[in-house]
Design a protein around this ligand. Structure first.
Ligand code: MG
Length: 291
């Protein structure tokens, strides 16, 4: 889930909570659950399926690992995941909407495991999509990875932001400004903000140090960067009605660079299995969870 950009950036640096190895290991186990859920959602986002059905699938998979859907009830959010279709940018509330061939849908998933939180998102195609839509998805995913490449000790948050912005704008896309990435781990939204654009002086931007855990999440529009919010108080959509894409990973800054905690890995998969209690494994089998 995305953070809202606040006017003041003062004091952010002071309160950045660094995590030790144990806390990061727990976040990685939460991250592996999130990755598995996103995989299941991508496989299940087919024409005729409702976003509400996918929300229930996500909840079942998350709980099958003994984890908790972080978003439910957070700031009174009424669902387990966000599902934002086409011109919806983020925070779309799952419900009766039936996915159609050619749609794109952005899934945002948070899981709490062992008291630690991981957050990730991906935009996926529903059936066959247009070439323009495929390009938007590709460039937004690339922008995330350009940002992650800058996530290393000694760099600043603004190095991540600038890399994302440069890549997206070089393709003529609009970078959402009102919503930003964020610190994550003990809470869903921790300092610092991780914008997808650079504003102000780079020297004011927090320096990255080992133990920092960040949700990096470019939200990229085909057209204008401007967005509006629906009357539901949640859903953001592009002002010009153009498509929007959203990719997100939770990462930890390490001595060597960074560790992508929500990247699905064989080691991570094994970690999830090892940590799951026998009864949760049985539940997973019932909901048809696949490793
Ligand atoms: Mg987020």
């Amino acid at each position: 889930m995305t953070g809202r950009k606040e006017k003041s950036r003062r004091g952010q640096r002071r309160h950045i909570a660094l995590k030790d190895g144990d806390a990061i290991a727990r976040m990685k186990r939460a991250g592996q659950v999130v990755a598995l859920v996103l995989d299941r959602l991508a496989q299940s986002a087919r024409p005729g399926v409702t976003t509400g059905e996918l929300d229930r699938l996500a909840e079942a998979v998350i709980r099958s690992f003994g984890a908790i859907p972080t978003f439910y009830g957070l700031y009174d959010y009424p669902a387990n995941i966000c599902a934002s279709v086409n011109d919806e940018v983020v925070h779309g509330i799952p419900g009766d909407r039936i996915l159609q061939e050619g749609d794109i849908v952005s899934f945002d998933v948070g899981a709490t495991a062992e008291d630690m939180i991981a957050d990730a998102a991906a935009t996926v195609p529903v059936g066959a999509i247009s070439q323009d839509a495929r390009r938007l998805l590709r460039v937004t995913r690339q922008a995330l990875h350009k940002g992650i490449e800058q996530a290393r000790a000694g760099n600043r948050v603004a190095d991540i932001s600038g890399a994302i912005q440069k890549h997206a704008e070089s393709h003529g896309y609009g970078v959402v400004r009102k919503l930003v990435g964020h610190g994550v781990g003990y809470a869903m939204h921790e300092p610092p903000h991780v914008p997808n654009f650079v504003d102000g002086k780079t020297a004011d931007s927090p320096e990255l140090v080992p133990g920092m855990t960040l949700a990096i999440e470019p939200m990229i529009n085909q057209g204008t960067w401007q967005i509006t919010q629906d009357d539901d108080g949640w859903t953001y959509r592009t002002r010009d009605g153009s498509l929007s894409a959203h990719f997100e990973h939770t990462i930890a800054i390490t001595e060597e660079g960074c560790d992508i905690l929500t990247l699905r890995t064989a080691a991570g998969r094994a970690g999830v299995v090892a940590e799951s209690r026998p009864e949760t494994l049985a539940q997973r089998a019932r909901v048809g969870g696949q490793l």
